[in-house]
Ligand binder design. Structure first.
Ligand code: ADP
Ligand code: TZD
Ligand code: MG
Length: 582
């Protein structure tokens, strides 16, 4: 079957016919979609084989969720929909988490899933992997389509692409019933039915009045602040954004995946003074960032308001591609709706050379707070405790990332995430990819594969030991494709920390702790990669340097003080508190 599947059936060739399999492949290729992340099985096994034979890169994973996360982040990095391919029902459901994640994070992605026979599924007669997948996908994505006939493949794929990348990007579901693949049609008619999507994400130019309004609000500021979000990173308008920030002279705060749009070491970067600038600022310009939980919904104490639900004194300018984002949490005084590149270009055109710089007192106050916090952090980083602390280990990672500014940094965990975000500076745009809007565990290895495949660069993954476990089996995938991925497991023996006891005194460990001193590095060795067990910053440095020098798949198991973390990292406050203690 495998051999035969590579070519169109002989009979078909004689009559110059094509089929569903080949039309889907041709439609993807015609639109430059040449990488598929997936897991094979009925009814898409041959499709994957044929796609590979036709020059598409087909990357097989060990679990669909990881393939889906890979597709999602490939979408973020390339501005083209990342393609995930799954089998029916359970494979589809495994991939669905990633599709919902892509939609939540505004990443373009298409989940293509095979599905079982419609007639049987709809009468619930018990088909192999029976499920009404289209109905289930709908509420979790931006759009969902099903293609029933070979002649509709061109249009179906085109609609999926447009829905994924136009406006606010997101996840799209494309349902392909098993019967579609084998459908035959005249090859020439088939070729003509395909659609090369023209201008899939058209520029959305902001209204001139909205641009003027935004600059008037900014001009009135005594303590302005710019917040860069991952929408700004996605837009790939790096030069314009940098010029705008520098011309305005306004301090900026990058959200985690916007780090590096301007270097974290830039003198206007206010990250080290975050808890000072948020409550103090009087005008805040949001560039591709939502006022969601990550920014305390734009209100409450974080913003200097009297109580949790109260609004602060800030005026907001919000630049976003989604017209309904403004006023979602607090009043937006100047919404600017359009794609970030066009909006920032329009702002730059209006800003002119005489645009007032922020008052010197504000800049001095921010600089002073920054200097104080940086000095405090430097003290902590200089310590060399045994076992290693998160900070002493991450001081090494910071140096390594500084020396390799093009490397991709993948990051998940709780403490392993928060400490990395604040300690490891990014120098270039779109190099840091992490847990995103949901604070999700499990993105790690899928992101590593996609980052390596899409960019060709070295990948460094800083992983909590719990976080790593969600996708750890993909170490095999990383080894199989020989990807330059260096995983550092920050091993503190558990979720948040490893020293918790079972409150009942029973034999089971606490729900938060794992096997002590687990040897995660052996997982990488099992598949032919390099495993290193390290206890000191020097050992960690050597292991990471060697991984980067050789570009071999490497897992560094870094032993971290099991008592060094805090519950939920920086978001302890989001845990509900019990009135009655256990
Ligand atoms: P962060 O988590 O970094 O704060 P969010 O995911 O909350 O970022 O916000 C990203 C925002 O960027 C979304 O509101 C989305 O609509 C917007 N966005 C995405 N792509 C673009 C683009 N090309 N131009 C403008 N805004 C965009
Ligand atoms: N499941 C999923 C999919 N996402 C989640 N965020 C969680 C569970 C809950 N969770 C967190 O929010 S962080 C975390 C879990 C399980 C793991 C933290 O442990 P870690 O990191 O070892 O990865 P630290 O360094 O020990 O804090
Ligand atoms: Mg841990």
């Amino acid at each position: 079957m495998a051999e035969a599947a590579m070519k169109k059936p002989e009979a078909a060739e004689a009559q110059d016919l094509t089929d569903g399999f080949h039309l889907i492949i041709d439609a993807l290729k015609l639109n430059g979609l040449t990488t598929i992340y997936g897991v094979p099985g009925i009814p898409i096994t041959d499709f994957g084989r044929m796609a590979q034979a036709e020059g598409i890169r087909v990357l097989s994973f060990r679990h669909e969720q990881n393939a889906g996360y890979a597709a999602a982040i490939a979408g973020f990095l390339t501005k083209k929909p990342g393609i995930c391919l799954t089998v029916s029902a359970p494979g589809f459901l495994n991939g669905l988490t990633a599709l919902a994640h892509a939609t939540t994070n505004c990443f373009p992605m298409i989940l293509i899933s095979g599905s079982s026979e419609r007639e049987i599924v709809d009468l619930q007669q018990g088909d192999y992997e029976e499920m009404d997948q289209l109905a289930i996908a709908k509420p979790l994505c931006k759009a969902a389509y099903r293609i029933l006939h070979a002649q509709d493949i061109g249009i179906g794929v085109a609609r999926a692409i447009r829905a994924a990348v136009s406006g606010r990007p997101g996840g799209v579901y494309l349902d392909l019933p098993a019967k579609l693949f084998g459908q035959v049609m005249d090859a020439e008619k088939g070729r003509r039915s395909l659609v090369k999507v023209i201008d899939a994400a058209p520029a959305q130019i902001p209204a001139p009045a909205s641009v003027k309004r935004a600059l008037d609000v900014l001009k009135s500021a005594k303590k302005p602040l710019i917040i860069l979000g991952k929408g700004a990173a996605y837009a790939q308008a790096d030069d314009a954004i940098k010029t705008f920030v520098e011309k305005s002279g306004v301090p900026f705060l990058p959200m985690s995946m916007a780090k590096g749009l301007l270097p974290d070491t830039h003198e206007q970067c206010a990250s080290a003074a975050r808890s000072f600038v948020l409550p103090e600022a009087d005008v805040v310009v949001l560039l591709g960032a939502r006022l969601n939980w990550l920014l305390s919904q734009g209100k409450g104490k974080t913003w200097g308001a009297a109580s949790a639900k109260a609004w602060g004194r800030q005026k907001f300018v919000q630049v976003d591609i989604s017209p309904t984002e403004a006023d979602s949490n607090v009043r937006i005084d100047a919404p600017v709706v359009g794609d970030l590149g066009s909006c920032v270009a329009a702002l730059l055109k209006e800003i002119g050379p005489s645009f007032p710089k922020p008052p010197a007192e504000w800049l001095a106050a921010v600089a002073e707070r920054k200097a104080k916090n940086v000095a405090k952090m430097a003290e902590t980083l200089a310590k060399n405790p045994s076992p290693m602390s998160f900070q002493s280990a991450l001081a090494v990672v910071r140096d390594i990332v500084r020396a390799n500014p093009d490397a991709m940094l993948v990051n998940e965990g709780a403490n392993a995430l928060d400490f990395t975000r604040s300690i490891v500076d990014m120098a270039k745009p779109r190099r840091r990819i992490d847990v995103g809007t949901w604070g999700i565990m499990g993105i790690g290895m899928g992101y590593c594969v996609a980052a390596a495949v899409v960019t060709g660069q070295q990948v460094i993954a800083i992983e909590g030991d719990s976080a790593f476990g969600f996708s750890g089996m993909e170490t095999e995938t990383i080894c199989r494709y020989g990807l330059p991925v260096c995983i550092v497991v920050m091993n503190n023996n558990g979720v948040y920390r490893g020293d918790e006891k079972n409150a009942s005194g029973g034999a089971d460990p606490s729900p938060l702790v794992f096997v002590k001193d687990a040897r995660y590095e052996k997982m990488m060795e099992a598949f032919g990669g390099v495993g290193v067990h390290v206890r000191t910053p020097d050992e960690l440095r050597r292991a990471m340097e060697e991984a980067i020098r050789t570009r071999r798949p490497t897992l560094v198991n870094a032993v971290i003080d099991e008592g060094g973390g805090t519950e939920s990292g920086r978001i302890t406050n989001l845990n509900p508190t019990a009135a009655k203690k256990a």
